[in-house]
Ligand binder design. Structure first.
Ligand code: 5GP
Length: 204
């Protein structure tokens, strides 16, 4: 019988803050055979967040040490705090044929697209989640209630700049309901898993 094995896919998802990406990624994390990459950050832990599950929360000095020793696949300063993807686990999962999901900002996605590592290039499938419009984004951010009005204004301004980058991504989902977004996201995952170039054929 013919059988396929394949290399791991690096799903990179970016969306302006408040688009619902975290909820979307939480749902996608339940997709079988998908490993969520837990980022490091220097931002304070929010109520309900778990260290090592949502993020690895760390001091700025520790983060900078990891940056300098090349332990980060990418990193960025987002709203005044560092965020970065630990490189080792991502490369291990991809090599083992496991798909990895990165929830990172546009600066990080840009770094990954610019990576000189052919393994990263081959694995990459990047997805942009576009908010319906800035007013809806503001409503969602206000509804979430985790940021001050000053922080919300900053995030709306940043969203405007981030949305200008959508064309750099292989896929774009125009965000509507969470259910619709999830269906579209899963369709992308499925299609990427059947790309011939990712498959190796075995006769057994
Ligand atoms: P939050 O503080 O709301 O959890 O995340 C703020 C922003 O940082 C989001 O856009 C999120 O995608 C981004 N982010 C989270 N982890 C990383 C990371 O490892 N690298 C980069 N570049 N951005 C990240």
């Amino acid at each position: 019988m013919n059988n396929f094995t394949r290399s791991g896919i690096l799903f990179v998802v970016s969306a302006p803050s408040g688009t619902g990406k975290t909820t979307l990624c939480t749902n996608v994390r339940q997709t079988p055979d998908l490993v969520y990459s837990v980022s490091c950050t220097t931002r304070p832990q929010r109520p309900g967040e778990k260290d090592g599950v949502d993020y690895f929360f760390m001091a700025k000095t520790d983060f900078e040490k990891k940056m300098k020793t090349g332990e980060m696949l990418e990193f960025a300063d987002v709203y005044g705090h560092y965020y970065g993807t630990p490189k080792g686990p991502v490369l291990e999962h991809l090599a083992a044929g496991r798909d990895v999901l990165l929830d990172i900002d546009v600066q990080g996605a840009r770094q990954i697209r610019g990576s000189k590592d052919p393994k990263i290039q081959e694995a990459l499938a990047d997805i942009f989640i576009m908010p319906p419009d800035l007013e809806e984004l503001r409503r969602r951010l206000e509804g979430r209630g985790t940021e001050s009005s000053q922080q919300i204004a900053k995030r709306i301004q940043a969203a405007d700049a981030e949305m200008a980058e959508w064309k750099s991504y292989r896929y774009t989902i125009l965000s509507s309901s969470m259910e619709e977004d999830l269906i579209k996201f899963r369709a992308i995952i499925r299609a990427e898993r059947y790309l011939s170039r990712r498959l190796d054929l075995h006769h057994g």
